[in-house]
Design a protein around this ligand. Structure first.
Ligand code: PEP
Ligand code: MG
Length: 833
């Protein structure tokens, strides 16, 4: 039985159908002494109930377990069918690998086969070669065996380099987006890191690369430069979001505990871990360790096990889809995407192929699935990369969902939380379990393992549950019911605290709570100058899930919703209905507060690859913003229809057009809007313009006749006024919105609007700085809209002085000769509050 399996390869065959192919392969196995002739009947019988198509044109016919007696020794007969043969279910087989499995000698080759399935280029090569030795070599290749997810380190003909600028590296969420981008193109693509290559259509294959921030990747496409450029543009479009997320969830990346801001007043047994979610908590321990999974093998027929597994995967996918939906509402789309990535795991070819390997060998569905998940997860875990280890937890979590469908007892054995609040102690916790936690019943998480970058830690931060991870095994000795103190800010855990320490911790928690409540109250106060002039303080947000934070920071509405973000980070274009739902959700999330939606501002720095726009030499001076809207009614009309429908459903919204330069543009856009409005019998909505081009600022009085309001985009206004590319790092310090030339254009805008009493807001970056806000208020701007986190301080600045002082400051700054002077004067005014 330990003999090497026989490997027979025939190239260039042309069987007339599937049956002929199976009989031919079986005859060859019989000639080699692997089976007796009648084994073909067993293979054909099996084909009637099971689909032996593995994927990528490869089929693996094999006999029934009951007929194992007819197998004499391990062997594989490979028929290459260059013109393909139908294999049922609209699939065509080009490599038919007939299996005679006596022992497990064929498994290594099958495993290699699962590696081959993932490498489109290699499959193509093997299906076309006239050399049987090439197919043999691939099936015997150690490279594939050692790294089933990675193909040999070659690139396609067209190559580009891309340096990963996602702060958390290529983790599951962006990797899933990559697979969607890659699947949207027909061109085969590869991603290479050093000598490891991944197929970007496959999630696990990408995760296997273990790509960290700053690493260089070689991305290649099979002969198609445009597809490669588009793919790179798509993956680069994720950067902004990844950076924002990383800033939001930034934690101290450290392996030792930081100097704590709070320490117990007396000597207390302490453990250091890694701070994963801020907050101090006192409470009783509750051990929440998931039951160890033991899955017994219940061998069955491939068809039965395959059907069971397919049903379980579908059920798990449905559960995850519902969870994505629930999590989107509870914790926001960003974090909910964690579970979208879990759906990707369930359909990942590496996992499926690995599982098929066990099913084909006659093992039961649950056992095969468990083994496949463990195989993939542990291969990630053993890579020298903590990010990958964190992703192994995601793979196991997703896999466990399928297991609990197959083996409901596993779900029943999960621990149930007590009704009173507890400190949850476990070795580690899965993202699913964390997302399901009721923050009212869990005062803190204290985990022996895990990392600050795991999805569990991210979710704990979003849920506002203090957490310490990587506290070490000894921490697990603390028994159920013991009172402990957890410091999630510094990563410390305190056991057996004295009554004095407990009281001190509770007092500190109460003190922090009252500081938090005081800040929240102040944030909610309006931005009214000390002599009673109100400035509207609004937020720049793009998606409904960002609204709760904006409101918490004191936003009185949204002054800029950049709708092009609905088009970025995806491979397709949101249709009218999807946009309508998003605008309604945004309006609902704001609870009736005003919402200014900006019509699509595509072009310049905001490229949307799926629109296939022509390349421009100077995109900032090209067809962007309103210029594109006028040329692309296919984009403009669905968006305006969605907005008018939202207005008709009660959304309190206004719309503004970006990059307006000429009055004729505004007149034309207004006419088109009116046409759509009448078609829908929708209410009128205020239609404003962004002042971003100096021409619009100079002609503000003219525009005021036709525009209902102005919103100044100081980011673009600065770059166009100073002729400095806003993205050029070399010019970053000089492209200064405090430049007196920019301020004078703002003044001109405010004056131009005054004659028709049109409100003027500022939604560019200048509005979110304390000095800028002070000057803008003095220039007569009535609304300041900014990143939510800037709101509390800007509101404080406005409240700190009378309007007369801001007006005096603004006048002084208008006469300045350089931005440095403006900064200095405004800085003094703001500091002296
Ligand atoms: C601006 O230009 O100031 C602005 C708010 O628009 P964006 O930054 O989206 O171009
Ligand atoms: Mg702009």
């Amino acid at each position: 039985m330990n003999r090497k399996p026989e490997l027979i390869v025939c190239v260039g065959t042309a069987p007339k159908d599937k049956e002929a192919a199976i009989r031919d392969a079986c005859r060859r196995l019989a000639e080699a002494g692997c089976v007796d002739e009648r084994y073909a009947e067993s293979m054909l019988k099996r084909e009637q109930t099971a689909n032996t198509f593995l994927g990528a044109g490869i089929a693996i016919p094999h006999g029934d377990l009951a007929d194992k007696g007819r197998v004499k020794r391990d062997g594989l007969a490979v028929l290459q069918v260059p013109r393909s043969v139908p294999w049922g279910n609209a699939q065509n087989a080009r490599l038919i690998v007939a299996i005679a499995a006596a022992g497990d000698g064929h498994l290594a080759m099958l495993r290699r086969l699962t590696g081959i399935v993932q490498d489109e280029a290699l499959v193509e090569k093997l299906c076309a070669t006239a050399d049987a030795a090439e197919i043999k070599a691939a099936l015997l290749s150690d490279k594939l065996d050692a790294a089933p997810a990675a193909a040999p380190a070659t690139d396609f003909s067209v190559v580009a380099e891309w340096t990963v600028d996602y702060p958390a590296g290529l983790h599951a969420r962006p990797a899933l987006a990559w697979t969607e981008f890659a699947k949207a193109t027909k061109t085969p693509l590869k991603v290479r890191r050093g000598d490891a290559v991944a197929n970007p259509r496959q999630l696990v294959s990408l995760l296997h690369l273990g790509v960290k921030f700053g690493e260089k990747l070689v991305v290649s496409a099979d002969g198609d430069r445009a597809a490669l450029t588009e793919f790179i543009a798509q993956i680069a479009s994720l950067t902004a979001r990844e950076r924002a997320d990383s800033a939001r969830t930034a934690v101290k990346k450290k392996n030792v505990a930081a100097q704590p801001a709070w320490t117990p007043p007396d000597a207390t047994e302490s453990f250091s871990g890694v701070a994963a979610s801020p907050g101090l908590a006192v409470g009783e321990i509750f051990h929440f360790d998931a039951v160890e999974i033991k899955v017994a093998d219940q061998p069955g027929s491939l068809e039965k096990s395959g059907a069971e597994l397919e049903a379980a995967i579908n059920q798990a996918k449905a559960q995850l889809t519902a969870l994505v939906d629930k999590a989107t509402r509870q914790i926001g789309a960003g974090d909910a995407a964690i579970f979208k990535a879990h759906i990707g795991v369930l359909t990942d070819p590496e996992v499926i192929a690995e599982c098929c390997r066990h099913l084909v060998a006659g093992h039961g569905a649950a056992w095969s699935w468990h083994r496949a998940i463990e195989f993939v997860a542990s291969s990630l875990e053993h890579a020298d990369n903590p990010l990958l280890a964190a992703r192994a937890a995601d793979i196991r979590d997703a896999g466990r969902r399928v297991l609990t469908v197959l083996e409901p007892d596993l779900a029943a054995a999960a621990p149930v939380l007590p009704d009173r609040p507890v400190i949850l102690v476990a070795r580690d916790l899965s993202p699913s379990a964390t997302a399901g936690l009721d923050a009212r019943r869990v005062s803190a998480l204290a985990l022996a393992a895990g990392s600050a970058t795991s999805h569990t830690a991210i979710l704990a931060r979003t849920l506002g549950i203090p957490a310490v991870v990587a506290a070490g095994r000894d921490w697990l000795r603390a028994p159920n019911g013991e009172t402990v103190i957890i410091d999630g800010d510094a990563g410390w855990l305190y056991r057996r605290p004295s009554a004095v320490a407990i009281t001190a911790a509770r007092e500190e928690i109460a003190r922090r709570e009252s500081v938090r409540a005081e800040r929240a109250t102040r944030r909610a106060l309006p931005a009214v100058t000390s002599d009673g002039k109100k400035i509207i303080a609004a937020a720049n947000i793009n998606t409904p899930d960002q609204a709760p934070l904006a409101l918490e920071m004191g936003a009185e509405g949204v002054g800029l919703m950049r709708t092009e973000f609905l088009f970025l980070e995806r491979a397709d274009i949101p249709d009218e209905n999807e946009q309508f739902i998003t605008y309604c959700q945004m309006a609902n999330a704001l609870g009736g507060r005003p919402l200014i939606v900006r019509a699509l501002d595509i072009g310049g720095d905001k490229q949307v690859p799926q629109l296939h726009l022509p390349r421009e030499d100077n995109p900032f001076l090209g067809v962007r913003g309103a210029r594109l809207l006028l040329r692309r009614p296919d984009l403009f009309a669905p968006q305006m229809r969605a907005l008018y429908r939202a207005a008709a459903s009660g959304a309190a919204l206004s719309v503004m057009f970006p990059m307006i330069t000429d009055l004729a543009e505004l007149t034309e856009l207004r006419e088109r809007c009116e046409h759509i409005r009448r078609e829908l019998a929708a209410p009128a909505v205020p239609l404003g313009i962004m002042i971003e081009v100096p021409a619009a600022a100079v002609l503000a009085a003219t525009f005021a006749e036709t525009a209902d309001f102005f919103s100044i985009g100081t980011n673009d206004l600065t770059q166009y006024t100073l002729s400095m590319d806003r993205q050029n790092p070399e010019l970053a310090a000089s492209a200064d919105s405090f430049h007196p030339a920019v301020l004078r254009l703002i003044k001109q805008t405010v004056d131009g609007a005054a004659a028709r009493k049109r409100p003027v807001g500022v939604c560019g970056g200048l509005a979110g700085t304390p000095s800028g806000a002070a000057i803008l208020a003095g220039l007569g701007v009535s609304e300041l809209s900014m990143t939510p986190r800037d709101l509390p301080e800007v509101k404080e600045v406005i409240r700190s002085r009378p309007m007369t002082e801001f007006v005096a400051l603004a006048h002084r700054c208008l006469a300045a000769t350089a931005p440095e002077q403006v900064r200095e004067w405004a800085g003094e005014c703001v500091k002296s509050r």
